[in-house]
Design a protein around this ligand. Sequence first.
Ligand SMILES: N[C@@H](Cc1c[nH]cn1)C(=O)NCC(=O)O
Length: 452
Amino acid sequence: MNGKRAWLVWGVGVFAYLIAVTHRTSFGVAGLVATDRFDATASALSAFTVIQLVVYAVLQIPVGVLVDRFGPRVMIATGAGLMAVGQLQLAAATSVPGGVVGRIFVGAGDAMTFIAVIRIIPLWFPSFRVPVLTQLTGQLGQLGQLISLVPFAFVLHAAGWSPAFAGLAGLGVLACVLSAALLRNAPQGMEAPASKDGIKETAVNLTTAWQQPGTRLGMWSHFATQFSGTVFVLTWGYPFLVSGQGLDSGTASVLLSLFVVVGIICGPFLGSWVGRHPLRRSSMVLAVTLATAAAWAAVIAQSGPSPLWLLVLLVLVLAIGGPASMIAFDFARTFNPSHRIGTATGIVNVGGFVAALISMYIIGIILDLLNSVGFSSDGLYSLDAFRVAFSFQFIVLGFGFAAVAITRGKVRRGMAERGEVVPPLRDVLADNRRRREQFKKEQQAQRESRKR
Ligand SMILES: N[C@@H](Cc1c[nH]cn1)C(=O)NCC(=O)O
């Protein structure tokens, strides 16, 4: 494999994904300005992001199939072009329907990017590098949120709505041109596994990917770990921190930036841990799901604003959900043959985004409902209203936890039939303890025999 070329191809893919994440998160930063521009209620405002995510989620499986068929290059360049068109439309829009059309284009282009970018990695790099590079791709892409939070927010407030979104459209054009010019689906001389299947074979392929319990384990893992952070960063986190918790906008932006930084730091560790403990991937997913529920319970249980350290802890736990959700793609890759990885990845990626959009929409509805019945004198974004609305996440977390636990049982039964038995975690821990004690005893005996 050509080393330098592989890094260049991967780098361009990561850049395209980073710009996609910038497009995706830009509206969350512009939320309060958008309320004035479009004269919108909380649920109308959340509709922008919800519709964008519906389009993204609905297109995941078709896009996964298309990635297997046409390869990543076409998909990534087309996606970048569509997002540029969407941001231009949003720059010009003055009504809710006009703005929503822009976000539909953004959702469609975004849907084409990530699963195509991570499809490049196993084609250009040896398999031992794949888990860490997949993690790095996911995490580096999240830097796009920082572009939204800092330069984009600055231009938005300094120059106004249209120049800010037109600027993002320009970045989209750059990503489109670079992808078309520099990306290659596979190294020279190695044929990218492209499926030439017709509709019937594609349907069979899709059904086979879905029937593989490992694909479904990936989908539920993605569902359980990624939605809470996505909801926080894309929609309700900023108003919760500023209007609910009473933080100034600078501190809220630092907390949201911390989300990205923690993900970037934890990602490679989690990637290498996954490489070393492939049989414990689902245990990590379950642990992160429980930690997310515990962090939210601690914040929601406070009758007034939470201390800053607790909000930092919440953001840390939500941020770890990002790298943890990347484990889901490892399930897709390791339980499916090469020509079906795009399709399986598309199925997996639906999980977290469906959970996120259900949660953000229902949270918006609960906030509006509580406001309309005069639940709090502090208005729409009061802390008490947020405490009630955010509690909805416990239902989603509980559902995700149960689905992962049940599907993992199916996967393990299938593995046992093939003679691969996963020893229970407590046996492994007891075994490690025994070995450590044995090692200590041997060291002690050696020291004593040397003294004699
Ligand atoms: N798991 C995410 C990526 C991620 C990593 N850290 C935080 N988020 C994911 O599913 N990405 C898909 C996408 O299109 O972004």
